[in-house]
Design a protein around this ligand. Structure first.
Ligand SMILES: [Zn+2]
Length: 340
């Protein structure tokens, strides 16, 4: 029996109806994952991916902005758009229960989604793109930031068009930006919370700026940037209750405004949380899932204090994410590899 394949629909224009629907109606326009080839005036295409995560709708609104803009402008470069998990977008979730995460399918695998990803990558490779942009959102109070998988000047130039706040990572390696980084300068943008108006504006501007750019810098930096690398992921011990006020009687209590710590340098000694439970309540793991908690946290009575300077990201008060995913990531700033 042939393996199940997923249809990849091809288009050569953004449908007008796109301007009249919301993200949850996406399948009235794109019933299946879609690849849209738009003509431009000259040069290599920009590759844009949106909605790899169905509940991260900023990419949808960027497509609407583009459709509107294109009514009165010609694209300076061709644009190839991959519209990813339309089924999850319709349902308003990251991915359906029966699906893999569409941003973890880009280094091969047995499923139909992996085959779909390979088909998209083959098209991208043939098109010899100028740049690749993948648009995402996150929860919690984070600045708009851009992620790169390589610290080469072209990648940093592209990323810094979106934000001076950059994060570098190589894990997980199955994300689309890692696959695209083998083809052209690639960036993942984190445009704040889903649908955040300023995030939409900024992501749209990045796409337009990239379409208008003649060439990337091959040395030096375009602007001053802060580059962070992730050193650990903080998870909660199971079966703990948690709260966010000083009067909370939960097992683990965080400051009410902990999301304000995102992308803020915290000093060694900072009280990160309090707990009356003597057993370990926080666990820090590295990319290889080794326990590195002792490198970052120490108990001081009920207080859990940082033992070194660190910058957290993705801190969230969302109880579902706290339980199912993680509390936050711990990052350290690294020097920019090239001076401005
Ligand atoms: Zn995402």
């Amino acid at each position: 029996m042939d393996p199940v394949t997923l249809p990849l629909a091809r288009y050569d224009a953004l449908p007008d109806a796109l301007l009249r629907i919301g993200p949850r109606e996406i399948r009235s326009v794109f019933p299946d994952p879609a690849l849209i080839h738009l003509e431009g005036l000259a040069g290599a295409p920009v590759f844009l991916s949106v909605l790899l995560h169905g509940n991260e709708t900023t990419g949808f609104f960027v497509l609407q902005r583009l459709a509107h803009w294109m009514r009165s402008h010609k694209l300076p470069r061709p644009l190839i758009i991959f519209v990813g998990n339309v089924h999850a977008t319709e349902a308003g979730v990251r991915h359906l229960a029966a699906q893999p995460d569409y941003n973890r399918i880009w280094e091969g695998g047995p499923g139909p989604e992996h085959a779909l990803a390979m088909e998209v990558l083959a098209v991208a490779r043939d098109a010899r793109p100028f740049a690749a942009i993948d648009i995402h959102n996150n929860t919690g109070l984070n600045p708009h930031y851009a992620c790169v998988n390589r610290l080469e000047p072209e990648f940093l130039h592209l990323a810094s068009l979106f934000s001076p706040t950059l994060v570098t990572f190589n894990n997980p390696s199955s994300v689309i930006s890692m696959a695209m980084a083998n083809i052209c300068p690639a960036v993942t943008v984190e445009a704040g919370k889903s649908g955040d108006a300023r995030g939409i504006e900024r992501a749209f501007d990045l796409v337009l700026d990239t379409l208008h750019l003649h060439a990337f810098r091959t040395s030096g930096l375009e602007r001053k940037v802060s580059i962070y690398e992730t050193v650990g992921r903080v998870e909660l011990a199971r079966h703990l209750s948690f709260g966010f006020t000083e009067t909370s009687d939960a097992d683990l209590v965080f400051p009410a405004d902990l999301e304000r710590w995102n992308f803020t340098g915290l000093k060694a000694g900072t009280e990160f949380a309090t707990s009356r439970v003597p057993a370990p309540v926080l666990r820090v793991v590295n990319a290889r899932r080794e326990d590195i908690t002792a490198d970052f946290f120490a108990r001081d009575g009920n207080a859990i204090r940082l033992t070194r300077d660190i910058t957290p990201s993705m801190l969230t008060r969302d109880p579902h994410i706290l339980r199912e995913d993680c509390l936050c990531y711990l990052m350290q700033e690294i020097p920019a590899p090239v001076e401005a």
